[in-house]
Design a protein around this ligand. Structure first.
Ligand SMILES: [Zn+2]
Length: 207
């Protein structure tokens, strides 16, 4: 077998070939990059019918649903996770690890500026008061999660998957209502059940 040697450094100039990686300072402009897909079609085919059926029941019961996030690529999850932690000062800007493919510079001239820029990103993502750190590796990346804001007025009468009707009279009239959470579970749509509070998050496992 012939072995080919590729010479990257010219013989006339023995300095090794090198290039400088330019990083762009953190800020709200990053939020538009690495976009997700926030439609039901973005869900994995194993989970989409469950969510579609649950949403149909909510609609039939005159509840309001507003989808926040469905599919989230890893690069986006990285930016959300670390901007949230920097904004809440559970990490210093200089200690945030790099991720291939995301040429962000978290370190501004002062830490206060770094935190402020991270805060603007959290606002851009709508996560500044999420109540828990957005996961680095989440069910959103696997297309097995959906963030949705749910609300209704008065008493909610909503069908379980087996056709029985749940009558929900108690507050909160949101996706945090334990009786609504039980209805969701009948469809295989599980409310977030790990550490912290992730109000809009439902998934195939609760993770
Ligand atoms: Zn979520």
């Amino acid at each position: 077998m012939a072995v080919q040697t590729i010479q990257l450094t010219p013989h006339s100039d023995p300095t090794p070939a090198a290039f400088e990686v330019r990083r762009e300072l953190s800020g709200v402009q990053w939020c538009a990059r690495f976009p997700g897909d926030d439609t039901l079609d973005a869900l994995d085919p194993t989970f989409r019918p469950d969510v579609t059926a649950f949403f149909a029941a909510l609609t039939a019961a005159h509840a309001n649903t507003s989808i926040g996030s469905v599919f989230r690529p890893r690069n986006r999850a990285y930016l959300m996770h670390w901007s949230y932690r920097l904004f809440h000062q559970t990490v210093a800007a200089r200690d945030i690890p790099r991720l291939d493919g995301v040429l962000i510079e978290w370190v501004h001239p002062t830490e206060a500026e770094s935190v402020r820029a991270a805060g603007s990103m959290c606002t851009g993502y709508g996560i500044h008061d999420l109540g828990t750190t957005p996961a680095l590796i989440s069910q959103h990346e696997a297309r097995l999660a959906i963030d949705v804001t749910i609300s209704w007025n008065g008493t909610l009468r909503i069908a379980n998957r087996d056709g029985t009707i749940a009558t929900i009279e108690f507050t909160p009239r949101t996706g945090m209502n334990p009786e609504l959470i039980a209805v969701g579970a009948s469809y295989g749509v599980i409310k977030y059940n790990r550490t912290g509070i992730d109000r809009p998050h439902w998934s195939s496992t609760g993770g």
